[in-house]
Ligand binder design. Structure first.
Ligand SMILES: Nc1ncnc2c1ncn2[C@@H]1O[C@H](COP(=O)(O)OP(=O)(O)OP(=O)(O)O)[C@@H](O)[C@H]1O
Length: 253
């Protein structure tokens, strides 16, 4: 168990027998996964194993072809209203920060609350400043993304997601594009979120983060969930040969 916060029994993300194909390529094979409220899940596995595809299916950035995905009880489907609801509940942070370069940091944060949630400008700015303070970047509010370091930009991207008050956060390799010295500042923000009880699903190669923060590590290979367990069990006592191979490779390098 990672931090002191205990996840509840309520299942907020559920994948049942989920399959996805890119054309004829079978990218996800019968994925089954439940995430409880407050749970911190790390998804690990070799390149091309389907980790990004799986979490992108959760908020319908990718479409699955069979099986069921439920987010806070809403089925992720072609229904536009359902997808809108899921995207309100789920924040996402990407490897590339995807900030708007022509908007200031503050404007990047207030854009969606004003235009999607119809929040008054002043209120959106207040909330934005609160989250910028939380990620320790409030002094940069008037700058443009290009004037910030990668680590700072990623913290802005996290704050931007939080401004929409999501109940679940998905992270897709949030530190992979960062220089080593900036990785910690982003992981620190994620650890704080975890300590506050945010439900999180993180695709990451940061096994130290997985060890200290995750309640559950999901190991994927070839589009399948090979094994899932607590970090201490999965890293210390892997049951599957495929997991052992992967762990020996990442430990060697
Ligand atoms: N849009 C796409 N069209 C066709 N194939 C795709 C597409 N996106 C991903 N794939 C393929 O699906 C497989 C899974 O990709 P995915 O990005 O989910 O893997 P991953 O485990 O996140 O890898 P990485 O750690 O390298 O990011 C890969 O073989 C990839 O080439």
């Amino acid at each position: 168990m990672g931090t002191s916060f205990m996840p509840t029994d309520e299942i907020v993300i559920s994948l049942k027998d989920v399959n996805k194909w890119y054309g004829t390529f079978h990218a996800l094979r019968d994925i089954n996964l439940d995430v409880r409220r407050g749970e911190r899940v790390v998804v690990a596995g070799p390149s091309g194993s389907g980790k990004s595809t799986m979490i992108r299916c959760v908020n319908r950035l990718e479409e699955h072809q069979s099986g069921i995905i439920l987010v806070n009880g809403t089925e992720v489907s072609n229904d536009v209203k359902a997808v809108e609801k899921v995207r309100r509940d789920v924040g996402m942070v990407f490897q590339q920060f995807n900030l708007f370069p022509h908007l200031t940091v503050l404007e990047n944060l207030t854009l969606a609350p004003i235009w999607v949630k119809h929040m008054p400008k002043a209120e959106a700015a207040d909330i934005a400043m609160k989250y910028l303070e939380r990620v320790k970047i409030h002094e940069q509010a008037k700058k443009y993304p290009g004037q910030l370091s990668g680590g700072q930009q990623q913290r802005v991207a996290i704050a931007r997601s939080l401004c929409m008050r999501p109940s679940i956060m998905l992270f897709d390799e949030p530190t992979s594009a960062l220089d080593p010295e900036m990785i910690k500042e982003v992981l620190d923000v994620m650890v704080e979120l975890a300590e506050e009880g945010m439900t999180m699903v993180c695709v990451t190669h940061e096994m130290g983060f997985a060890r200290t923060v995750a309640d559950k590590v999901v190991f994927m290979a070839d589009g399948q969930v090979v094994e899932m367990n607590t970090p201490s069990e999965l890293f210390g006592n892997p049951k599957e040969e495929r997991t052992r191979q992967f762990l020996s490779q990442i430990i060697r390098h």
